[in-house]
Design a protein around this ligand. Structure first.
Ligand SMILES: Cc1cc2nc3c(=O)[nH]c(=O)nc-3n(C[C@H](O)[C@H](O)[C@H](O)COP(=O)(O)OP(=O)(O)OC[C@H]3O[C@@H](n4cnc5c(N)ncnc54)[C@H](O)[C@@H]3O)c2cc1C
Length: 367
């Protein structure tokens, strides 16, 4: 039986980022069921960091992460657009950008069109340009964490599906399809499967709910270089669209269909709704959807991440519920999770931002 001080279950951004934080201090083994890291949600994101999503604490985590994210991304503007009915939401989002000291500009329809020429005049009454949002290299982020883990004698074991988690004296014994592992601490970073992993360990599930999100890819207008078009997103219900290289565009209707934990696949209706919303709001004609994918964004009932030791399961820590912001919050969230696992104080900068361990503790969600 191979032993480590910490076994992390899940080789997505949640598990790998916390493993990389812990590895210089203690021996860490990451167990991933699939044949490569980032196969599920973490391999299916649109890889953007911005303030246009999430609740207050998620935005705080984003702000606390931006400094580190710069190393893994390039600055690419976000254009948050509002119809007449959405101008209140745009005002709220402007207050958010002001609060975090973002470099932003409020523009009218013409200003929005100057940045995003395909936008129809009637689709946008006002908009906010965030000049500091980031296009992330999520593959590089995952690989950098794997490299840190290995550099410190840690290990990522792929193809290791966890099927049992049992108490063995003061430690845990974890049975997988690649053998048995022993550890003092288990970190549950299993994304959509986090409740299932908790049940295996005899810990109470907390209601982690996976929601499917669909992305379509299609060709940009013939001969047009769209690579500098902003990440364009409606402030409320609607869609987002962003460039993928010079000649491709990605879009989503920001669907949130409830799903069981699974290898998510796009549904025809969700693809059609995304294409329709893009065509309604822009002059783009989507002749053919080249490629589409779906991934699961997993939420706790209050849509905050869940970080901390499970009640009644000593040494079993949650690191789940990253929702739609798992990459952009990972620098701060992994520091919070590592401090919890090591029994160290809550990170000072996170506390100064008004956050505390209680915000993220599984205890807030009841027994
Ligand atoms: C379409 C889409 C767009 C997104 N866009 C963005 C964005 O722009 N910016 C952003 O910050 N976030 C974005 N997200 C959200 C982000 O991708 C997630 O928050 C993040 O990937 C969650 O990471 P995770 O490690 O918790 O989950 P996952 O990546 O799903 O990792 C969990 C891992 O646990 C493994 N596992 C499960 N059960 C077991 C078991 N029994 N044994 C071993 N391993 C197991 C799984 O195989 C999986 O690899 C987006 C998500 C989607 C779907």
């Amino acid at each position: 039986m191979e032993t480590a001080w910490v076994v992390v279950i899940g080789g997505g951004i949640a598990g790998l980022s916390v493993a990389a934080r812990l590895a210089p201090r203690v021996r860490v083994v990451v167990l991933e069921a699939e044949s490569a890291p980032g196969y599920h949600a973490s391999g299916r994101s649109v890889a953007f960091a911005h303030y246009g999503l999430g609740n207050g604490p998620v935005r705080d985590l984003t702000a606390l992460s931006m400094g580190e994210l710069v190393a893994h991304g390039s600055v690419h503007p976000a254009l948050h657009i509002a119809s007449e009915a959405q101008t209140g939401l745009l005002d709220d989002l402007e207050a958010v950008h002001h609060h975090y000291g973002c470099d932003y500009t409020r523009v009218g329809a013409a200003g929005a069109q100057a940045l995003m020429p395909a936008l129809r005049e009637d689709a946008c009454l006002a908009a906010l340009v965030d000049h500091g949002s980031l296009k992330l290299d999520t593959h590089a982020m995952l690989q950098a964490h794997v490299a840190t883990l290995r550099e410190h004698n840690g290990k990522l074991v792929t193809g290791a599906r966890v099927h049992t988690i049992e108490r063995d004296g003061d430690s845990w014994r974890i049975g997988t399809s690649k053998g048995t592992f022993g550890a003092a601490i288990v970190v549950n970073a299993a994304g959509a499967w986090a409740d299932e992993i908790a049940r295996l360990a005899g810990a109470a599930p907390i209601g982690i709910a996976p929601r499917r999100r669909t992305v379509i890819s299609f060709a940009a207008p013939e001969g047009k270089d769209v690579s500098r078009w902003p990440f364009t997103k409606t402030v409320g219900e609607g869609f987002y669209i962003l460039p993928e290289g010079r000649g491709q565009l990605l879009a989503s209707s920001m669907d949130e269909g409830a799903s069981d934990p699974c290898d998510a696949a796009p549904e025809e209706l969700d693809k059609a709704v995304a294409a329709d919303r893009v065509e309604q709001a822009t002059t783009l004609a989507i002749r053919r959807i080249g490629h589409a994918w779906a991934g699961l964004r997993s939420f706790a009932p209050d849509e905050l991440p869940v970080i901390g030791e499970a009640a009644g399961a000593r040494g079993f820590f949650w690191c789940a519920g990253q929702g739609g912001a798992g990459f952009q919050t990972s620098p701060a969230l992994s520091r919070i999770a590592a401090a919890a696992v090591l029994g160290e104080p809550f990170p000072e900068d996170c506390a100064a931002a008004g956050l505390s361990a209680a915000f993220f503790s599984p205890a807030r969600l009841g027994p």
